[in-house]
Design a protein around this ligand. Structure first.
Ligand code: PLP
Length: 425
């Protein structure tokens, strides 16, 4: 199977014990399907493995579907947001302000005001001018604001494409400059400085790499505490826990990660008192990626100069996944799960750009018009990271499955939506 969580019966792919052809018949294509039980497994596996003083703040950007967010809230997760829109979704999903952290290098005054009014857990401050704006807006609101300073570390260990820490970055404050911002934060009346935040990159599969970066974060915090009086009431280690996208990629060893994290925190606690510290992890992809599939129907099959093409009704405007990760995405024909592979096929969407290709060449059974292609690992950065209005195609629907039941969590978009907020005669 193209994803360990999904099964088939009589050659038809099942999602949450529901025959996906039933879903296609009821909700149409292109269609996102999310299995809540897979989300539960991923969340609980992580929670079980990490120490109890490390809290999981789900990064909503990975999948902001309201039903997905509410489900994670019901499991006890907290939330990480990176825009006022995500903050709005988080609050609507049931997360309490005190359980939400806010990141982002370009927060507007309105974003900051909304976050302060929502009494969120912490705002991670990313520049000196943002710190002054936070202080001024907090003063105006008569509410002190709790902040962590987002640090761009000198040393990072990552072997990933999407790096957000180390080198020159638009994110955070360079480590070598943190003295000034810490001292300023401590001097401002409406700023309550709690600690630091470091997030170095996404899709890290090696627990050793994650732990090396966390150790570095702990060291930066303890050094800054001793030298500049940084309080360490909150230490935020960011997200970045990865998932395998094909058989050649290893699974992240969550148990080893958790054991290593416990050991690191214990070791550092001997050097500096961390018993009152709240530790934060902000995973997105790890929690929701495996839980999602993207279903799209074959509209046309053809050959061009030795390559076979299946053109489908969903494009990178609905699922921008492979382009961002540059992967051969795990793919199958949902109605031919027990048929042998016949040869390699390029799966391309309907958009007028050669970027609009899901897999360069994937081995599939005989592919025909009306077949349903399933793209696995679509639960994270699928709907939310897609070019949803590119070439004016309505948004795909999103469906939740769980233990044999299903419901629509976001209705399919309509042509009329494309002119929303325009004056139309
Ligand atoms: C600040 C921050 N935290 C957490 C995440 C979630 O990362 P991931 O999905 O790799 O866990 C991101 C992703 O961009 C981020 O920017």
């Amino acid at each position: 199977m193209a994803n360990k969580y999904f099964k088939q019966k009589n050659g038809i792919l099942l999602a949450g014990n529901v025959n996906v052809l039933t879903l296609v018949k009821e909700y149409g294509t292109p269609l996102y399907v999310y299995d809540l039980e897979i989300i539960r497994q991923q969340y609980e596996t992580l929670k079980r493995s990490i120490p109890s003083n490390v809290k999981i703040f789900y990064a909503i950007k990975a999948n902001p579907n309201l039903s997905v967010c509410s489900f994670l809230c019901s499991l006890g997760a907290k939330a990480e947001v990176a825009s006022a829109g995500e903050l709005y979704i988080a609050l609507k999903a049931g997360f309490k302000g005190k359980d939400i952290v806010y990141n982002g290098p370009g927060k507007t005054d309105e974003d900051i005001q909304y976050a302060i009014q929502s009494s969120i857990h912490t705002i991670n401050v990313e520049s000196m001018d943002e710190l002054y704006r936070l202080d001024a807006i907090a003063k105006n609101e008569h509410r002190p604001v709790r902040v962590c300073i987002r640090v761009n570390p000198i040393h990072t260990v990552t072997k990933v494409k999407m790096q957000t820490g180390g080198g020159s970055q638009k994110f955070g404050i360079d480590e070598e400059k943190i003295e000034t911002i810490i001292k300023t934060a401590l001097s401002l009346d409406w700023i309550e400085l709690l600690g630091i935040h470091v997030y170095v990159g996404s899709q890290i599969l090696d627990h050793g790499v994650l732990l090396e970066n966390i150790e570095n974060t702990l060291k930066i915090a303890v050094r800054a505490a001793k030298q500049f009086g940084l309080p360490i009431r909150c230490l935020n280690f960011g997200g970045g826990l990865g998932v395998p996208y094909n058989e050649t990629e290893p699974e992240l060893n969550v148990e080893h990660f958790g054991n290593g994290l416990t050991a690191l925190i214990n070791k550092m606690s001997q050097e500096y008192g961390l018993s009152e510290t709240r530790f934060v992890l902000e995973p997105g992809r790890f929690i929701v990626s495996d839980a999602g599939i993207f279903l799209t129907k074959v509209i046309s099959v053809k050959e061009s100069r030795g390559k076979k093409y299946a053109i489908v009704d969903g494009g990178i405007n609905h699922a921008f996944l492979p382009i961002r990760m540059n992967k051969k995405y795990p793919t199958a024909i949902a109605n031919k799960m027990n048929q042998p592979n016949e040869g390699s096929v390029v799966i391309g969407g309907p958009l007028c750009t050669s970027m609009d290709v899901f897999t360069n060449e994937v081995e599939l059974p005989h592919v025909e018009i009306n077949d349903i292609i399933s793209i696995f690992n679509s639960g994270a950065y699928g709907f939310s990271a897609s070019l949803l209005y590119f070439l004016s195609a309505p948004m795909p629907a999103e469906v939740i499955v769980q233990n044999g039941k299903h419901f629509v969590a976001r209705r399919r978009g309509r042509k009329e939506d494309l002119l929303l907020n325009c004056d139309v005669e």
